[in-house]
Design a binder for this molecule. Structure first.
Ligand code: GLN
Length: 496
């Protein structure tokens, strides 16, 4: 076997190889750093690479005697972490110049859990500044390229996390999803991305963008790896009061094989409008036909407030962001512009220089909608509309178990194509935002290619029904058998 083939392994395969002593964690970790060296100049998925720390960790794991029975769930598995999630001793810039010298003083709860489960952290991944964007073009450190087509964006804001997994620079990664930032880049890079139910995964140690929406989620090459990673990171945390009082997700929550074909599928009309790229809607219709042929109960449903999802998100999320980002004032964290005469001047100059254009735009808009006299008209109204969006989903889940939709209305776009017009950029998330506003879980699954560009299928479920969601996603992944993205060997259309 060629050692580079190791990069294609699943978590289970790594663990099997470790148990049988076929390979060691050091050998596997080294293979990923070789790949990172080979591709990073071009892809730029990482903002920080911790080769020394990772190799040391791999050696430590090897030295520990582990019996077959207490093999930790992610023993010796390399992982990349988005740069807005704190890993003690590593930078956490959130893709922003204002945090360029900030080193995390503690581990996020998810990172603590990952470490306990035996992972090896490779580094921190690139992202749109403070997770605001859909392409990584808003990163303060330059964009990430899509490994499937280097002229195109990898999606965002977790673009680095998606690109490194698609490019085989890491087998797994963590991202965060406020309005689509795990699912949309997963779709653009042809991999799996899960946004868990709001409150299913602790946000402690995730740098806040919009606290009522932010969720951490796995990006992986297969649904099974996503399940394993989700099992490890989920569960209640007393350090995050919004974390739901439920035990961690377990693969035992997944329905048995014979139960899967009974899952009722809903197709929301509002997600198949003329604005959707016909290659995407066409392919998803083919998948729906396939499911009908397999005997799944499939019905059409309506989510009448879908169109208001985006508008209300840009009120609620920006209001929360303006208040969360008030802490970056040059006093406690990160960058400070020196040479000011007054405190006010120091704040202004630090923030003007430290934040990028999109972040500044959002702070101004968010502050406006929270200001006295406008609060009722904007923020309060935005919250009321949010309730309507959530009620649409609640009503639809009376009649079906899962909803099937496109992840995005468009295929991965070229650099610069949308960055000049913020509204065009915001539209890349029209199909991921409403479910985020409703707090429900969603997964992005590669369901085929248009030429070499991947098409993402989104599956949504009721809150805390990830068992059904992941069970069905795993079934569909097997049924469709779509080849994984592999930059040197792009799948050809005829093979799909
Ligand atoms: N693209 C959306 C935004 O810019 C969502 C980002 C996210 O989920 N972090 O806000």
């Amino acid at each position: 076997m060629n050692i580079a083939d190791l990069r294609h392994y699943s978590i289970e395969e790594y663990k099997k190889a470790y148990r049988s002593k076929e390979f060691t964690p050091t050998a596997v970790t080294r293979v990923f750093f070789d790949r990172i060296r080979e591709l990073e100049g071009d892809i730029h998925a990482f903002l920080a690479i911790d080769e020394e720390g990772a190799m040391k960790r791999a050696r430590e794991l090897e030295e520990k005697k582990i019996s077959d029975t207490d093999f930790p769930p992610l023993y010796g598995i390399p992982i990349a972490v988005k740069d807005n999630i704190c890993v003690k001793g590593l930078q956490a810039t959130c893709g922003s110049r204002i945090l360029r010298n900030f080193v995390a003083p503690y581990d996020a709860t998810v990172v603590e859990k990952l470490k306990k489960a035996g992972v090896i952290i490779l580094g921190k991944t690139n992202m749109d500044e403070f997770a605001m964007g859909s392409s990584t073009e808003n990163s303060g450190y330059g964009p990430t390229r899509n490994p499937l087509d280097r002229e195109r964006v990898p999606g965002g804001s977790s673009g680095g996390s998606a690109a490194c997994v698609a490019a085989l620079e890491a087998p797994l990664s963590l991202g965060s999803d406020t309005g689509g930032s795990v699912r949309q880049p997963a779709a653009f890079c042809g991999i799996v991305g899960l946004r868990p139910t709001y409150g299913r995964v602790s946000r402690y140690g995730l740098v806040s963008f919009a606290s009522s929406l932010d969720q951490i989620g796995p990006l992986t090459r297969t649904v099974d790896d996503c399940i394993t990673l989700f099992e490890v990171i989920s569960g209640q945390d007393e350090r995050d009061s919004t974390c739901a009082p439920y035990p961690p997700f377990s693969r035992n929550d997944i329905p048995k094989d014979e139960e899967i074909p009974k899952i009722r599928i809903g197709i929301p009309n509002e997600y198949f409008t003329p604005g959707v790229d016909p290659a995407i809607s066409g392919r998803i219709r083919e998948v729906i036909d396939l499911l009908v042929n397999k005997g799944f109960p499939v019905i059409n449903v309506s989510l009448p407030h879908t169109d208001f999802g985006l508008e209300s998100y840009y009120i609620v999320a920006l209001a929360e962001a303006s208040s969360n980002l008030a802490r970056y004032d040059g006093v406690l964290y990160g960058f400070r512009k020196e040479g000011s005469f007054t405190l006010q001047e120091m704040y202004t100059r630090t923030r003007t220089e430290g934040f990028g254009k999109e972040v500044l735009r959002r702070i101004v808009l968010g502050t406006y909608s929270l200001s006295s006299g406008y609060y009722d008209e904007y923020y309060l109204k935005g919250m009321k509309v949010r309730t309507l969006v959530r009620k649409d989903f609640e009503a639809s889940f009376q009649n079906c178990d899962l909803l099937l939709t496109p992840v995005t209305p468009c295929l991965p776009f070229r650099f610069g194509e949308r960055s000049r017009d913020p509204y065009q950029m915001y539209l890349a998330d029209v199909f991921t935002i409403p479910s985020a506003m409703a707090g429900i879980p969603g997964i992005s699954l590669n369901c085929g290619y248009q030429d070499h560009l991947p098409i993402g299928l989104q599956i949504l479920s009721a809150p805390f029904a990830e068992g059904k969601l992941l069970g069905f996603a795993r079934y569909l992944e097997k049924l469709l058998s779509i080849p994984l993205p592999f930059p040197e060997k792009m799948p050809r259309k005829e093979s799909l």
